[in-house]
Design a protein around this ligand. Structure first.
Ligand code: CUA
Length: 332
């Protein structure tokens, strides 16, 4: 049953990777709904003005060189001019005023940082070139790229940057919010329904900006608590000979100077925390699925998959690489 749920999530993430489920027009929370509603009102106002202008243009075109031709029914020249003023000035002006007022209300309510005490938990999301680091203060849990939250729960997300400006954007859940070095921003993360909501870095941040994606995985509270408890634990020491060798290789090679695996001497903070790597569905900020084959390719030549990424190729023999992959696969 647990495996069933895990595969369902993996499948959902894989589907999210195909571009589905990242739409502002499929809101799954109140702030996202306000943004979508505003968008629809703006579209309606713009469409009304455009259609009016096109109709008048068409009538004017029919009446070119024939000023006597009635406009519509018995509407004469003055009536036509009146319509031009109405659709050329009055209606657009009214539409702009209405949209301006509506936008101000939505912006005020959507941009508000969650009030102290109004949220059930806080998470800290840090943008890095090019992945997301996620800490769950108080629990010790750390993960990367795939953000777990309990469904129907107000989560205060503190947004930081470790290097340049990034922008955190999960369109189905809330607006964009910039991650500015030295200036934490806060945003409400809330999902009405369990699901996997894809997000994307929305501020150009270098070569791999496009491959800086994320997912918010909203889980039923009990499932979330189980995930959190596991994510807070150090790694379980490998028991197989190949996996043990993999850990030794990992710790003695450069891997350990960039990555942390809690429960070992690997304490690097340049790359993502790998303590529970095998519990994630994707690698390299959703660039590739987390399968054995892709993990092998990634370790063998990260620059081929994600040029410019800070991960270098590490000179490992095939058997060393196989051992490291076998080890990483135990990190559930
Ligand atoms: Cu980070 Cu664009």
């Amino acid at each position: 049953m647990r495996i069933g749920a895990a595969s369902a999530f993996a499948l959902a993430i894989a589907l999210a990777g195909c571009g589905a489920g990242q739409s502002t027009l499929d809101p799954q929370s109140r702030p996202a709904r306000e943004i979508a509603d505003l968008w629809w009102w703006m579209l309606a106002a713009a469409a009304f003005v455009l259609i009016g202008a096109l109709v008048l243009l068409f009538i004017g075109w029919r009446r070119r060189d024939r000023p006597g031709l009635p406009v519509v029914g018995n509407l004469g020249e003055r009536g036509f001019n009146g319509l031009v003023v109405l659709f050329g000035m009055i209606v657009p002006l009214l539409a702009l005023v209405v949209v301006f007022v509506a936008a101000n209300f939505s912006v005020a309510s959507v941009t508000e940082a969650p009030a102290p005490g109004s949220t059930a938990m806080t998470i800290v999301i840090t943008g890095n070139q090019w992945f997301w680091d996620i800490h769950y203060p108080g629990s010790g849990a750390v993960t990367a790229n795939e953000i777990h939250i309990p469904v129907g729960t107000r989560v205060d997300a503190v947004l930081r940057s470790a290097d340049v400006i990034h922008s955190f954007w999960v369109p189905q859940l809330n607006r964009k919010a910039d991650m500015v070095p030295g200036h934490p921003n806060r945003i409400l993360l809330y999902a009405d329904h369990p699901g996997v909501y894809r997000g994307q870095c929305a501020e150009f941040c270098g070569l791999q900006h496009a491959n800086m994606a994320t997912t918010v995985i909203a889980q039923p509270p009990a499932q979330f608590r189980a995930w959190l408890a596991n994510a807070a634990r150090p790694r379980i020491a490998p028991t197989g000979a190949q996996q043990q060798r993999g850990e030794q290789v990992f710790l003695s090679e450069r891997c350990a100077s960039c990555h942390t695996i809690r429960g070992t001497s690997a304490r690097g903070t340049i790359g993502p925390d790998l303590t529970h790597l095998a519990s994630r569905s994707t690698l390299a900020a959703l660039t590739i699925p987390n399968t054995r084959h892709e993990l092998e390719r990634w370790i063998a030549d990260p620059q081929k998959i994600k040029p410019g990424a800070k991960m270098p190729s590490v000179d490992l023999s095939t058997s060393e690489r196989d051992a490291v992959v076998a080890y990483l696969e135990t990190l559930r």
